[in-house]
Design a protein around this ligand. Structure first.
Ligand code: C2E
Ligand code: MG
Ligand code: MG
Ligand code: MG
Length: 276
């Protein structure tokens, strides 16, 4: 009895494994077509000043308009993009779209910065900065309206090429920030070697506010030591926003202000920001 049960479980496990494998195989094939089929879209989420809640920038967030499953979120495909080596190409598409969008908003009379999530694999490329500089030039886009977000764990993996690229980016005037700060395994010595414009505190830490603020207080003192501006992610209620404004946080992002929006909605938001 036990033995046959064991075998059944083994079969089940085997079937689930195979299904997962086949799913990934199909997804990968579709992913390879996604760029040329124009299936990616960017949504934009505002970041506001902690003081007066005015919009200071947007974060561009990638979505995949999947032919069968509908709109897919990055958590369900970014990892596959990375593992299959497609993230550099997709990341380049994201950068180009965002730069065009910044330029377009500029033409409409709104100078707004946009931040882009960049995978560490993109920064391993020797010609990353040269390519980016070309895109900025071609679109007449001011480098300081572009911000690149890199995760803390990715940054501390950084080798010489990454460090060199980061220095060149800052020299160019592109802003660089640390994303998801406080939840990775940081090598603080290494982080301290690089100068950042912004540090974004991970939303899982922000969720503990305002009732359990000790950890966030500690993180804020580290950010101050690193001389970076502080951004809080995942701000979902007034009490949290108030706490952060009172404790030295510069900018806020989260559902309290807006969920990520389509380009049209974001443009509307820029021209008719909600009254505080
Ligand atoms: P992230 O860079 O930390 O982006 C913030 C995520 O938190 C977004 O999820 C956003 O929709 C979500 N969020 C914002 N405010 C709130 C809030 O108040 N509450 C909650 N619960 N969530 C909030 P999204 O769009 O699903 O993106 C997930 C992650 O995927 C991003 O995390 C980023 O690491 C990655 N990602 C997104 N776009 C790109 C891209 O173009 N390239 C790369 N390499 N990664 C990307
Ligand atoms: Mg981000
Ligand atoms: Mg984040
Ligand atoms: Mg994240």
């Amino acid at each position: 009895q036990a033995k046959s049960l064991g075998r059944n479980q083994y079969c089940l496990y085997d079937a689930a494994m195979r299904e997962a494998f086949e799913y990934e195989h199909t997804l990968l094939a579709q992913l390879k077509e996604a760029l040329s089929n124009d299936e990616f879209v960017l949504h934009y989420q505002p970041r506001v000043s902690a003081k007066d809640k005015s919009v200071v920038s947007f974060e561009a967030l990638l979505r995949w308009n999947h032919p069968e499953s509908g709109l897919m979120y990055p958590d369900s495909f970014i990892d596959l993009c990375e593992r299959s080596g497609q993230m550099t190409q997709i990341g380049e598409w994201v950068l180009r779209e965002v730069i065009k969008q910044i330029a377009h908003w500029h033409v409409l009379g709104k100078d707004v910065a946009v931040s882009v999530n960049v995978s560490i694999n993109q920064l391993f490329k020797e010609d990353f900065v040269t390519n980016l500089e070309c895109m900025l030039d071609e679109n007449d886009c001011a480098p300081n309206s572009l911000e690149l977000e890199l995760t803390e764990s990715a940054l501390t993996k950084g080798d010489v090429v990454v460090i060199k690229n980061l220095q060149q980016l800052r020299h160019l005037g592109v802003r660089v920030s640390v994303d998801d700060f406080g939840v990775g395994y940081s090598n603080f010595a290494r982080l301290n070697d690089i100068a950042f414009d912004f540090i974004k505190i991970d939303r899982s830490l922000i969720a503990s506010l305002p009732d359990n603020p000790q950890l966030v207080k500690m993180i804020i003192s580290i950010c101050l030591l690193m001389r970076a501006q502080i951004v809080a992610e995942g701000v979902e209620n007034e009490a949290t926003a108030q706490w952060l404004a009172d404790h030295g946080c510069d900018e806020l992002q989260g559902y309290l202000f807006s969920k990520p929006m389509s380009i049209d909605q974001a443009t509307d938001y820029l021209f008719n920001p909600p009254k505080p």
